[in-house]
Design a protein around this ligand. Structure first.
Ligand code: ADP
Ligand code: MG
Length: 239
């Protein structure tokens, strides 16, 4: 049985169809790359999968259970974690408190929440920054904080929205290394990622979106030579 089954998901905003009848599966321990030009509907799909938006039609099953009607915190407790493309740390809080907020949706035990937060901060390499205010962090560090917030809730499926997006060249290898370590630990992931080199090394399978529709699905090799993907996203230089 697939870990995640996405069946015919659609979502419109007024006259704009942001997701149009999208279906795919994610198997346990797989890393699925989600690609497509800006506005293709990638982040909207994550919002549907995590209950931030309600789909117009379609179904999502996670570990055999329908997610229909569930709130984001309920979906997170079932085991789906995510990072956001648009980082929104709580600026008045420390790095450690930022991570604890999410964990406290799972446990009311402050000590346990702090322990999990520290473990996650250690994993992403931000332990020594735990008392700093979140607004003091660089973009690369904020991406790590975002990742720590997600993994501290101990998800079985992790959705990552452009974790390497907008970071400088110096921060990039460290972030890729973190995703690699999660992969080695057996984490199942869907990653929205524009860097094809990163995707080639990480993803088992790629789903390509264009104008809200799934236009291709396959191995990274197959996707790189897919005519539709080249025309709508990768560019003709790739052909
Ligand atoms: P991507 O992540 O692939 O760049 P998005 O999912 O963010 O694309 O957006 C897909 C389309 O839906 C875009 O045209 C975007 O402007 C639109 N969109 C996304 N969220 C909203 C919203 N809350 N209200 C109106 N339009 C939205
Ligand atoms: Mg996006």
């Amino acid at each position: 049985m697939a870990m995640l089954e996405v069946r015919g998901l659609s979502k419109h905003f007024g006259g704009l169809v942001a997701n149009d009848d999208i279906s795919f599966n994610v198997e346990p321990r797989q890393i699925v790359g989600l690609i497509g030009p800006n506005g293709a509907g990638k982040s909207t799909l994550f919002d549907l999968l995590t209950g931030f938006y309600v789909a117009d039609s379609g179904d999502v099953h996670f570990q055999g259970r329908s997610l229909r009607g569930l709130r984001p915190d309920q979906i997170n407790r079932l085991g789906i974690g995510r990072t956001f493309q648009k980082l929104k740390p709580f600026h008045g809080m420390s790095v450690e408190e930022n991570v604890m907020v999410g964990v406290l949706q799972h446990t009311a035990n402050l000590r346990a929440a702090r322990a999990r937060a520290l473990e996650a901060l250690y994993f992403v390499g931000l332990l020594e920054k735990r008392r700093a205010s979140a607004y003091m962090l660089s973009t690369g560090q904020r991406k790590r904080l975002e990742l720590a917030r997600a993994i501290a809730t101990q998800p079985r499926l992790l959705l990552m929205d452009e974790v390497t997006g907008g970071v400088d060249q110096r921060s990039l290898p460290g972030l890729i290394e973190l995703v690699n370590r999660l992969k080695q630990q057996g984490m199942t992931m869907i990653i929205i990622e524009h860097n094809m080199q990163v995707l080639m090394s990480l993803a088992d399978r790629i789903v390509a979106l264009h104008l809200g529709r799934k236009i291709a699905e396959g191995t990274p090799e197959a996707i790189q030579s897919d005519r539709n993907v080249i025309e709508s996203y990768l560019g003709l230089a790739y052909a």
